[in-house]
Write a protein that binds this ligand. Structure first.
Ligand code: FES
Length: 141
């Protein structure tokens, strides 16, 4: 299987791995296709994501996409993070082999799940803001 240099870089040297104590939002999602799971922690100040960390029991492509996704939302606003799609993450990594596209959805889902948790903790209904968290069936290339 051919992985881009960026994928290999983020897989062998993933950014933002770990957890955040007293995170403002925690999202845990599972991939229906392979059973892998991902946990995402967000620290939020006002509407800015000041810190983000992740842990995954997922494959190399899941590690690489999550690493890239955390870099893409760190320091960004919640709104910007909500625009993040698995497609954008894949593009930033110069692509993934087609059989691995479903892996990239974990990162997008985990960000949305963590934001859902954040709003719930604030006593705000997350659904109008975050929407329904997409699942693997919505994987887009
Ligand atoms: Fe499960 Fe990639 S094979 S996330």
């Amino acid at each position: 299987m051919n992985y881009s240099e960026k994928v290999m870089d983020h897989f062998t040297n993933p950014r933002n791995v770990g957890e955040i104590e007293n995170a403002d939002g925690i999202g845990e999602v599972g991939n229906a296709k392979c059973g892998d799971i991902m946990k995402m922690y967000l620290k939020i100040d006002g509407d800015v994501i000041t810190d983000v960390k992740f842990k995954t029991f997922g494959c190399g492509a899941a590690v690489a996409t999550s690493s890239m996704a955390t870099e893409m939302i760190k320091g960004k606003t919640i709104n910007e993070a909500l625009q993040l799609t698995n497609k954008a993450v894949m593009e930033a990594l110069d692509g993934l082999p087609p059989v691995k596209i479903h892996c990239s959805v974990l990162a997008e889902q985990a960000v949305k799940a963590a934001l859902t948790d954040y709003y719930k903790k604030q006593g705000v209904d997350p659904e109008p803001i975050v929407g329904i968290i997409p699942d693997c069936e919505d994987c887009h290339e």
